[in-house]
Design a protein around this ligand. Sequence first.
Ligand code: NAD
Length: 481
Amino acid sequence: MQQLDHQFIDNRWLPSRGERRLAVMNPYREEVIAEVTAGHPDDVDDAVAAARRALPAWRALSGAERGAYLEGFADGLAQRREELIRLSSTNNGKVLAEAAIDLDDAIACYRYYARQARKLDQRQGQLVELELGGIEARCYHDPVGVVGLITPWNFPLVTSAWKLAPALAAGCTAVLKPSEVTPLPERALAEIAQEIELPAGVLNLLFGDGEGIGAPLAAHPGIDKVSFTGSNRVGESVMRAAAERTADVSLELGGKSPILVMDGADPAQAADWVMAGIYFNAGQICSATSRLIVHQAIAEKLYAALAARIDALVLGDPLDEGTDMGPLTSARQRENVQAYLTVAQREGLSAVRDAHHRQLPKQGYFVAPVLYRDVPTQSRLWREEIFGPVLCARSVASEQEAIDLANDCDFGLAATVVSGDVERARRIGRQLQAGSIWFNSEQLVLPETGWGGFKRSGIGRELGPWGLSAYLAVKHIVGPA
Ligand code: NAD
């Protein structure tokens, strides 16, 4: 069995100082496939020291030079495509198509920030337009320094790419902590760093859990900024730790995103978008559109179309090309989702398809795809992130009611509008409080458009030029012309 008991520091694998070991699972076979160290705060000290040593030379390179290394990461991932898709599917329970999206979006992200790094050179020293004569002001973008990057288990390669690519493009050096649940795919980043001869200490990869690595990293005085993707509970603790030393944070947290299906929409087409929004990756996606808000004129037709599609979903081995939905990624996540299904039963929610409507595969951490209708707005299932294949629906009588219901939420990460009228879809989109709003599509995440949330979905934006700005500190040099 693979033992991940070393940490990647200074481009070398050094034994972890941590003594605890954690099991890494195949969630379909319910088998242990590797053991990973839980890490130790001393590992964090070593990695931060390496990143600090590497910072002056790395930030002194031109953006074009740093961009060439980012192309190297993209090429290295592309060369391992088949192997990584299978590994990610095995460790995560994703079906192959979902694992391919994780990888391909990561590759696109490294290439995008390679281009942005080159453009950064042109932005350095630009003159600022001034009202006052006789004065010259030039604007520069410095890297914020050494950054701590903490990622979750649901899309390991892409969530790390969204942080690592812009951080390295900006001239920062990094300590990356993958989730202890899915440490295997991100291990490839260390191998690639060695292959492309990334300068030692620019990327340090620490395996471990929250106690061994996450919390000490977030609290470390040598870390200038923490970028975190994960749960609200942990994100808030990361922010508190950063506040102790006035360090910068970016937080990508939970979601409870709505999909609004307006009157006049084609129920069959709408049903396809609704399915893609909630059962993709078994609902384990922060931007899952888990609240369906449908106009009463088409609600019954839509529920019927969804029931037929849910019945047709094939659950099974994620490595099998014919599988639509794999297991949840961990036994713990299955318990979390099942706890919500128990609440639904207690609350007497009416189901179009409940948790017992089908036989589940004999092995694997499966939960059946579920659809509740007429869910009261005070229900915990309507208000809280479940992170599983559970869709809650309500019908409304008007466009304004749909918008008000969509915005009546603690989160604001994403939203979808389905309408036969594109102008109407855009108009509704302008009134929704969310970072990404899709119309007549689902989960369209592009490197060029920003990613991040309103309200409790987080702080800051990843992707696009905003994702690069998150790792840059602006300064001006001003004096007589
Ligand atoms: P999590 O918060 O449990 O863990 C996330 C990461 O934080 C892991 O690497 C974990 O080891 C680490 N961690 C745990 N305790 C820590 C601590 N005290 N200090 C620092 N780090 C610590 O989240 P998860 O279960 O891995 O992922 C699911 C959550 O992530 C969901 O809430 C989901 O919405 C969110 N998520 C958000 C986005 C987004 O872009 N907004 C994307 C993916 C996932």
